[in-house]
Design a protein around this ligand. Structure first.
Ligand code: ASC
Length: 150
């Protein structure tokens, strides 16, 4: 029974990963998916960044939870930047598809910094959180500067 449960969990996890990298039914659904993922990520990152900047009282539990969500969600947008999704209601610049290696590199760096931020937030050390927020925010900004239209 325990084995069956583990098998089920393994399959469910695999299905989750597979669906994230699967084709979307329509390009506009891919655009919506990545925008929503980036929005949820930004809301959670922004909450921690607000604490780091002293704009919001520091709450270690909320910071740790928010950073963990931001870290997880940081994995999601990239599957939705497939071919043919450069049109429609999006600020994504065409260069994402013509300079994909650079875009992918930014995405990888951002996820790595999000992982460090989640670890810092889990530790509850506000100074470490500030350092990680700055590093993570820097990766958001450099990608937006190059690949997001104004
Ligand atoms: C945010 C947000 C960004 C980044 C960036 C950091 O919360 O929406 O785009 O942080 O401003 O420099």
């Amino acid at each position: 029974m325990k084995k069956l449960t583990s098998l089920f969990v393994a399959c469910a996890t695999l299905a989750c990963v597979t669906s994230a990298s699967a084709q979307f039914a329509k390009p506009e659904e891919a655009v919506k998916y990545r925008k929503n993922a980036l929005f949820v990520m930004q809301q959670n990152f922004g909450r921690v960044a607000g604490m780091a900047a002293g704009k919001v009282p520091f709450d270690a539990k909320v910071a740790a939870e928010s950073a963990a969500v931001a870290e997880f969600v940081s994995k999601l947008p990239w599957a939705a930047f497939g071919p043919g999704t450069d049109q429609g209601d999006t600020k994504a610049k065409h260069e994402i598809w013509t300079d994909k290696a650079k875009f992918d590199d930014y995405a990888v760096k951002m996820q790595a910094e999000m992982t460090k931020l989640a670890a810092a937030a889990k530790s509850g050390n506000l100074e470490a959180i500030k350092v990680a927020v700055n590093a993570t925010g820097g990766t958001c900004k450099s990608c937006h500067d190059d690949f997001r239209a104004k």
